[in-house]
Ligand binder design. Structure first.
Ligand code: FDA
Length: 435
């Protein structure tokens, strides 16, 4: 007879959104044994973006405790004891391989059965892999994909034992952007390649990206744009030695780090719940098409009220806020109350070297740059506003202090009308004191 356990609430996945959902469930308190969090990772929820920022430190031992949620938002860090104290059952190193949403039942790879009254799907994304696209020698040793602590620990171990220090980073998104800087700080020889015409193409304009490209190159990172990796060469041990490029060149590589995008982890629910844009479709309370089943974080495709469309957002701020909103909605429903629909205002950020940027709103329409974006300046500081239909809809700032970041957020949130881009540029310069 298979082991069976029942809970009022089950969260599948123990990533960022699960951690913030647990916190919301625990306010003010939770009955012991009501909530279980089931995850295939061996550790409780941590601030995943720290993997390529604070967690990765090649010279010393890594330390996860400082990265547990909800530290990044100034709340208490939820160490394993926190979950025990709150009576939350943390079921780790346990992969859910089958879900029967009609029977309200989940099955783990060990054959254990978990029953629930309310399910929250918080399974996040996984890295897209070159092997899925039939790329030659894609499974060679020392090619890394970075999603969790295990990936980072393996990378750090390989780094320590390698005599050569040549790394090729494939991909110019978040992970490529951050890991390249972390490696360079640790004196690795780093080359970045990506198919887009500039780094962080989905968020940055060409003008924003030209600053980061110049800055990275000054730090010694080589950047090859508009170029694809087509395969790998290996030695007799099956270790990667070279990356082949679509222009016929090859790049020497002891280590390759790949960041070619993510895929939402929805497969165990496929065919049982409505999907949209690759994710699980939800309403403005993160309820899916199946009653008592919610989806939060990277897997949810939700109504983006302020822009009037459905979106899936793979960013940590949404992971946190969608979690809190879903739990508030569950609690309100239990009391026969209603809460407001989720009204997400996008916020993205990153840090690399001694740089730090924030972005708010939507990066659509025309853009205007303000401030000093010369990478050789002693203290570069600049921003960009995006204008659509005569209104400011998005704002970006590199090197801003808290008050300035708050100010650009306010602009993107309130969407003021603008007469001309020139005037807007002057307003931006006044904001950061560069005029
Ligand atoms: P998350 O991926 O955090 O958690 C999902 C959990 O579900 C994992 O524990 C997974 O193992 C588990 N799981 C999946 N399937 C399962 C199954 N079948 N059974 C059991 N468990 C299962 N964002 C940003 O805004 N700024 C940034 O700088 C960065 N930087 C960054 C760096 C790196 C290296 C990564 C990987 C990601 C970022 N991000 C980011 C993105 C951000 O981290 C991401 O959007 C959130 O972690 C999403 O939170 P979720 O809870 O949805 O998924």
């Amino acid at each position: 007879m298979a082991e069976e356990k029942s809970f009022k609430y089950v969260i599948v996945g123990a990533g960022v959104s699960a951690g913030y959902a647990a916190r919301e469930f625990a306010i003010p308190d939770l009955k012991h044994g009501e909530l279980a969090i089931i995850s295939n990772e061996p550790v409780p929820p941590y601030e995943r973006p720290e993997l390529t920022k604070g967690y990765i430190e090649f010279k010393t031992n890594t330390n996860l405790a400082k990265d547990y949620v909800c530290g990044e938002t100034g709340e208490q860090r939820q160490c394993p004891q926190w979950y025990k104290d709150k009576g939350i059952e943390m079921i780790l190193s346990t992969e859910i391989v089958k879900a029967d949403l009609a029977a309200k039942s989940l099955v783990s790879s060990h054959g254990k059965i978990f029953k629930y009254q309310n399910l929250i799907v918080a399974t996040g994304s996984t890295c897209s892999r070159f092997s899925e696209f039939g790329v030659q020698d894609a499974n060679a040793k020392n090619i890394f994909y970075l999603r969790d602590t295990k990936d980072l620990d393996q990378l750090a171990l390989t780094m320590e034992t390698k005599k050569k220090r040549t790394v090729v980073v494939i991909g110019g998104g978040y992970i490529g952007f951050e890991i390249s800087a972390s490696l360079r700080v640790n004196n690795y020889d780093v080359t970045m390649i990506f198919p887009e015409p500039w780094i962080m193409h989905q968020i940055f304009t060409a003008e924003i990206a030209s600053f980061y490209q110049g800055y990275y190159e000054d730090k010694g990172i080589k950047i090859i744009k508009s170029t694809r990796a087509t395969g790998f060469n290996t030695n007799s041990n099956g270790e990667v030695t070279e990356v082949k490029l679509d222009d016929g060149r090859t790049l020497e590589a002891d280590i390759v780090i790949v960041d070619i995008g993510g895929t939402p982890m929805t497969s165990i629910f496929r065919g049982q719940v409505e999907e949209d844009k690759g994710g699980i479709k939800t309403d403005g309370f993160f309820k899916t098409s199946i009653s008592d089943v919610y989806a939060i974080g990277d897997v949810a495709t939700f109504p983006m009220k302020r822009y009037g469309d459905m979106r899936r957002v793979e960013h940590v701020d949404h992971a946190r806020k969608s979690a809190e909103h879903a739990v508030k909605a569950i609690k309100a429903a239990e009391e026969g109350k209603l809460i407001q629909e989720y009204d997400y205002f996008p916020f993205l950020y990153s840090r690399a070297f001694d740089l730090s940027w924030q972005f708010y709103g939507d990066n659509v329409g025309q853009s205007v740059l303000f401030g000093d974006n010369d990478p050789k300046s002693p203290k570069p500081k600049f921003g960009t506003y995006w204008v659509k239909d005569g209104k400011v809809v998005g704002a970006f700032l590199e090197g801003g202090v808290m008050e300035e970041n708050k100010a650009i957020a306010r602009v993107a949130r309130t969407q003021p009308s603008v007469g001309s881009l020139e005037v807007l540029s002057n307003v931006g310069e006044l904001l950061i004191g560069s005029r």
